[in-house]
Design a binder for this molecule. Structure first.
Ligand code: NAD
Ligand code: TYD
Length: 368
């Protein structure tokens, strides 16, 4: 068994988004300290773009007290980053912040290069200057963890799986920008000796996901009795993983992963889009006491996404063999939990749908 790294002060970037907010919840949950062993502090640096929502962590902010600090700002702001590293004894960075939606990257790729590539470079530079000693060598007790996606590997046909040694072949502006950031992180290791770990995960789902990705789009449209848009013929395949299982894997890799190594994370859970949407219809019909055929009747085939990747499937043997990670949430159970979460949090849903959360950000976070 490898010994665990111990962190006292973690900088989470993009912690107000979907996966980052679930990660912070997990690490700050007092009931889970015995499980994950983290009792230190978290800084959350988030620019609060359209995808960032402070409401995702409002209760945590109240309960965690001095263990949690929110900083409103961008990873592109080098002066802010330098100040943060001077103010706080940060010994780990978990880098979630990104523009994350493929469709948006097709309409406006520049923002993806700015945040995912230029922003990651600014963060790496701040880390390099803060974490190197007078002799220029990286301190040993620090760690940069980069959160990435399986989409950097491109698209699979009917057979095969992405492994860590699969060549990168990104095909959307989103995946190209993430691939570029992965290469920068690994270049900082090889060139300057920066200690890092990296994870490439498959599609996540769960609470607090912004309603632009498939699963929340479908749930919220069912609630509103609106058409459920299925791109093309619905036969594209994704490998789905519950967000908590992703975050447990990220944490295990941070604590016990080999320096300079990447780990794939996936759910062994391939679903054709249409079958997934039909399953969501069935679960929602049951939860909302509606007729299955009425809900399924909302399914609408729409124009396909340009360059739509055919299939993603992950081989995460390395993560399982080296670190003993296993997914814990069964897909049907995870989908039902997610549906219930959206139904139980209609206030959050309304704020996001009407855009009211943006006004609240303006009033509360413009000067922080
Ligand atoms: P998200 O879009 O929900 O959240 C992104 C967060 O980053 C938001 O809070 C946003 O405000 C913040 N952000 C954006 N630009 C910023 C900047 N310049 N400075 C600081 N903060 C900024 O994304 P997500 O789905 O939570 O994904 C998080 C990470 O995980 C991303 O790096 C993504 O590539 C990766 N990932 C996502 C999935 C998935 O299925 N969603 C799967 C694998 C990997
Ligand atoms: P998405 O959630 O955007 O994730 P990604 O593109 O990163 O895999 O999309 C998941 C799959 O669902 C993808 O094959 C595109 C498809 N899709 C639809 O069919 N309809 C939709 O409204 C959306 C958002 C996605």
């Amino acid at each position: 068994m490898k010994s665990r790294r111990k962190f006292n002060c973690i900088l989470v970037t993009g912690g107000s988004g979907f996966i980052g907010s679930n990660f912070i919840r997990y690490l700050l949950d007092e009931n889970l300290v015995a499980t994950h062993g983290f009792d230190g502090r978290i800084m959350n640096l988030d620019a609060l773009t359209y995808a960032g929502n402070p409401a995702n962590l409002a209760d945590v902010e109240k309960q965690a007290g001095a263990r949690y600090r929110f900083v409103h700002g961008s990873i592109c702001d080098s002066a802010l980053l330098d100040r943060l590293f001077r103010e706080e004894p940060i010994d780990a960075v978990v880098h979630f912040a990104a523009e994350s939606h493929v469709d948006r990257s097709i309409h406006g790729p520049a923002a993806f290069v700015q945040t995912n590539v230029v922003g990651t470079l600014a963060l790496l530079e701040a880390v390099r200057s803060a974490w190197t000693s007078a002799a220029g060598a990286f301190r040993e007790e620090v760690l940069f963890h980069h959160v990435s996606t399986d989409e950097v590997y491109g698209s699979l046909g009917a057979e095969g799986f992405f492994r860590e040694d699969t060549s990168y072949d990104p095909r959307s502006p989103y995946s190209a920008s993430k691939a570029s950031s992965d290469h920068l992180v690994s270049a900082y290791h090889h060139t300057y000796g920066m200690p890092y770990t990296l994870t490439n995960c498959s599609n996540n789902y769960g609470p607090f996901q912004f309603p632009e990705k498939l699963i929340p789009v479908v749930i919220l449209n069912i609630l509103d009795q609106k058409p459920l848009p299925v791109y093309g013929d619905g036969s594209n395949i994704r490998d789905w993983l519950y967000v908590e299982d992703h975050n447990r894997a990220v944490w295990e890799v941070m604590c016990r992963g080999t320096n300079g190594r990447s780990y794939n994370i996936g759910g062994d859970n391939e679903w054709q889009n249409l079958r997934l949407v039909e399953t969501l219809c069935d679960i929602c019909a049951d939860e909302l006491d509606r007729k299955v055929e009425d809900v399924r009747g909302l399914i609408t085939f729409v124009k396909d996404r340009p360059g739509h990747d055919r299939r993603y499937a992950i081989d995460c043997t390395r993560l399982k063999d080296e670190l003993g990670w296993r997914q814990t949430v069964d897909f049907t159970e995870g989908l039902r939990r997610t549906v219930r979460w959206y139904i139980d949090n209609l206030g959050w849903v309304d704020n996001v749908r009407t855009g009211a959360y943006r006004d609240w950000i303006e009033q509360n976070y413009s000067d922080r």
